[in-house]
Ligand binder design. Structure first.
Ligand SMILES: Nc1ncnc2c1ncn2[C@@H]1O[C@H](COP(=O)(O)OP(=O)(O)OP(=O)(O)O)[C@@H](O)[C@H]1O
Length: 249
């Protein structure tokens, strides 16, 4: 019998509050994500989804509980995570080429500072090939369509050759055809990468994910085979954005 897959991410009784905020953003959260799992993360606005991602990325530290990423602290594993944010961290009219944007994904992956090395350029090219956007390399970033930009941002995350990919609403600004296109790519990438994906649309993502974590200060996981098709409709009726979503402690 094959051994069960190792945990890529493990949170044990994690709580986090911002400054002197009255209520914690995340409270008593337990979560285990296996290697090569594709986990969806849903929840209402201000439910704590981005806070959960920031904790896993090691950008903030919990006041209570323990987080392990690939068996180490989130800070030690930071380079093993590729991250696609909801909004690009640069102005669309900044005069920079697609290749240079994807190369940014190599920053911090090696000892050299300043100029990129040959293997950085090769990794950037491989990442662009993987999202079928090689021909976009010389284009100015500002000239891309929303769907092309999304693919380039995915390539930037892949350029660091990560083991885990984390995406925060990657398809928020693209239409449904492009959304399906991105998700088909993620399905292929999931054969070798663990993927965590924040979305407001559980009905759509349930075709691709194995489990969904509902975050509303606390966290509850559901297997998608248990909440498929008509059950999703019955549970949510419409996108989670509009659903009052309470967890009992
Ligand atoms: N930097 C911050 N300082 C203080 N409070 C914050 C900060 N970032 C988030 N919060 C608060 O923490 C709570 C959780 O926010 P978070 O951004 O994690 O939710 P979210 O589920 O990602 O929301 P959305 O779907 O609207 O993006 C909210 O009450 C929010 O106001």
């Amino acid at each position: 019998m094959n051994p069960p897959p190792a945990d890529a991410i493990r949170l044990t009784d994690v709580s986090f509050s911002y400054g002197d905020a009255a209520a914690p953003a995340i409270e008593h959260v337990d979560l285990r994500v296996s290697e090569r799992e594709f986990l969806g993360i849903v929840g209402p606005n201000a439910g704590g989804k981005s806070t959960l991602l920031k904790l896993i990325l090691g950008l903030i530290e919990p006041q209570a509980g323990r987080i392990e990423v690939l068996g180490r602290s989130p800070q030690s594993s930071r380079r093993a995570i590729g991250y696609v944010s909801q909004y690009p961290a640069f102005a669309r009219d900044f005069p920079i080429s697609v290749e240079q944007v994807v190369l940014m994904g190599r920053l911090g992956t090696g000892p050299a500072l300043g100029s990129y090395r040959c293997n950085d350029r090769m990794a950037a090219r491989r990442a662009l090939q993987e999202v079928e956007a090689e021909d976009l390399a010389p284009r100015q970033i500002g000239s891309l369509s929303g769907g092309q930009l999304q693919r380039v941002l995915l390539a930037r995350a892949l350029a660091s050759e990560p083991q885990i990919l984390i995406l925060d609403e990657p398809t928020a600004s693209v239409d449904q055809r492009l959304e399906s296109d991105i998700f088909e790519r993620l399905r292929v990438l999931n054969e070798r990468l663990t993927i965590l994906l924040v979305s407001h649309d559980i009905a759509f993502i349930s075709r691709y994910i194995t489990r969904v974590a509902c975050v509303n200060r606390t966290l509850v996981c559901h297997r998608t085979d248990a909440i498929d098709g008509p059950v999703i409709e019955a549970l949510y009726g419409e996108p989670v954005r509009r659903v009052a979503h309470e967890h009992k402690l």
